[in-house]
Design a protein around this ligand. Structure first.
Ligand SMILES: Cc1cc2nc3c(=O)[nH]c(=O)nc-3n(C[C@H](O)[C@H](O)[C@H](O)COP(=O)(O)OP(=O)(O)OC[C@H]3O[C@@H](n4cnc5c(N)ncnc54)[C@H](O)[C@@H]3O)c2cc1C
Length: 505
């Protein structure tokens, strides 16, 4: 059978691949097709459902859009007001057994006095460091010391960031932070501390919206439905890319020829599976990716609980955990995002266990009705931060009790644990060098645009809105040679509302 032939082939139906597909479908000037190994669209922005009816995303996913085009696409896919819930961000850091409002550094007025002293002394030293600095900081750790100082570094920034990234801050670069995170204002911190004031809601993410139905994955399934279905090919894994021959090989033995390839597969996987390229170049690309691109895995642990939402939880959205009384760095009160993230309260479910197993098995094993609420936790893993997969669920539940998310007698009716590898693209010290060595070769010699969370490996433009626009801009680059602002100028796109493109169909 002759190979199918298209102008643009897109690999992946996550946000990046769907961005490329939406743009191609809008322009209608090139033939195209999309393939994905999964059964449906969404990639890492998908949602699972437990057998008891609790939904869990791949960790805390919320939409903060920098782009009018992205908003247009979401509005077209989920157009009704009742398709969405709008929320105020209510976010805290669990520190020394109290909830410190986010961001931590602006709210040290609520932490113990000896910690306040350490933080303020550190901020004074940091201000001095900044005044004397002659060059930009090289590592994330140097950045922390210069912007926040020793006290905040030791109490919050270092332990928290190790839990998130599974890599010490000394092995991370700081360019990814851009201009976004300002040093805390020393005068405000001191006066707030003395007057015991708490700083107000902060930053660009003070409100966010969440889909009413089907979790985050529902967004991307709805976006996929707006595309011509005959161009989307699921359950098709790409096994080889013949770079010189401009052809991909699929797991069912078929082949697709292309003029331009937009791939959202992991960049490391792509270079390993390139054919039609001289050995020396391939070896170099593979070695660069292996040595210089770093990732961590993400475990998502979900818990469904019977009972009214406790007052101590209230309207909290997501919570950060820098300390070692729990394995997770973040917990999301997922039932607060949409009531449909839990089963209806008239659904009867048996209690699987109490949160503290030392209370013994529940005496009543009969299914009982709700109401229900749910928690979703994230735990990172790398070779520098191993995780015991066997005990992680039990360790997480114990961590929930330690941090008062759950009480010992909370009735657990559903559990979920899934590991995503890779989960986070680490801004490692040599990342930018590696991308500079690999991406231009792929584009200039082979017309391959590797884009997306792990296609172009840039955390700072790795959220759903960014990923989607990486796909859109890759199409404009392939077809018209247009610059890719999201890939090449993350600070620029993150610092403004981008309105250059609109979806007008
Ligand atoms: C823990 C966590 C929390 C996050 N929180 C947020 C958040 O709060 N807000 C936000 O906006 N974003 C968040 N994100 C980021 C969001 O998930 C990503 O932006 C998005 O999923 C990246 O899209 P992508 O298309 O680049 O990659 P992916 O979603 O990884 O999609 C890649 C697709 O390619 C397919 N594929 C891979 N290899 C092959 C192959 N060989 N053959 C065929 N198909 C293949 C996969 O099946 C997949 O569908 C979070 C991500 C994680 C992991």
């Amino acid at each position: 059978m002759p190979a199918q032939e298209v102008d643009v082939l897109v690999i992946g139906a996550g946000p990046t691949g769907l961005g490329a597909a939406k743009r191609l479908n809008q322009l209608k000037s090139a033939s195209w097709a999309l393939v994905d190994a999964n059964e449906e669209a969404g990639g890492l922005a998908s949602t699972d459902e437990t057998s008891e009816g609790f939904l869990f995303d791949v960790g805390g996913h919320v939409i903060f859009s920098h782009y009018a085009y992205f908003d247009d696409v979401l509005k077209q896919a989920l157009p009704k007001p009742e398709d969405w819930y709008e929320h105020q961000r209510v976010s805290y850091v669990r520190s020394r057994d109290v909830w410190v409002p986010y961001p931590y550094q602006n709210n040290i007025s609520v932490i113990p006095t000896d910690d306040q002293v350490k933080c303020i002394e550190g901020m004074v030293d940091a201000a001095e460091l900044r005044a004397r600095a002659t060059a930009a900081p090289k590592t994330f750790d140097e950045w922390i010391m210069r912007m926040m100082g020793q006290g905040l570094a030791d109490i919050f920034m270092r332990p928290y960031n190790f839990k998130v990234w599974a890599v010490p801050t000394t092995l991370m670069q700081c360019k990814w932070l851009g201009e976004r995170v300002a040093a805390p204002n020393l005068k405000t911190v001191i006066s707030n501390t003395l007057t015991k004031k708490v700083a107000g809601n902060w930053g660009p993410n003070a409100t966010f919206k969440f889909p009413a139905r089907d979790g985050t994955g529902g967004i991307w399934k709805a976006v996929a439905k707006t595309l011509p279905q005959d161009k989307l090919h699921f359950k098709q894994r790409v096994t080889k890319v013949d770079a010189d021959g401009h052809m991909v090989h699929l797991s069912d033995g078929s082949e697709i020829r292309y003029k331009h390839l937009i791939t959202t597969m992991g960049l490391d996987y792509l270079v390993k599976n390139l054919d039609g390229i001289d050995h020396a170049t391939k070896d170099l690309l593979v070695k660069t990716a292996k040595d210089k691109l770093v990732y961590s895995s993400t475990h998502v642990i979900g818990i469904g609980i019977r009972g009214e939402l406790p007052n101590r939880i209230g309207d909290k959205c997501w919570l950060y955990f820098p300390e070692d009384d729990c394995p997770f760095y973040r917990a999301t009160i997922f039932s607060n995002y949409s009531p449909y993230n839990c089963p209806a309260s008239d659904k009867a479910l048996p209690t699987l266990q109490y949160a503290d197993p030392s209370l013994g098995q529940p005496s009543n094993s009969e299914p009982q009705k709700g109401p229900y609420w749910s928690l979703m936790m994230e735990v990172s893993e790398s070779h520098l931060k191993p995780v015991n997969h066997e005990t992680l669920l039990a360790d997480t539940i114990r961590g929930c009790v330690n941090t008062q998310l759950l009480m010992p007698d909370s009735e657990i009716v559903s559990t979920y644990h899934r590991t995503f590898t890779p989960g986070y693209p680490t801004p490692s010290l040599e990342r930018d060098e590696a991308l500079q060595e690999i991406l231009p070769v792929l584009l200039e010699r082979f017309q391959i645009l590797s884009r997306g969370r792990f296609g172009s490996w840039k955390y700072e433009v790795g959220n759903q809105d960014h990923s989607f626009m990486l796909g859109v801009e890759a199409v404009d680059r392939a077809l018209f040679g247009a610059p890719e602002m999201t890939l090449d100028s993350p600070d620029f796109v993150n610092g403004r509302r981008n309105t250059e493109r609109r979806l007008a169909e």
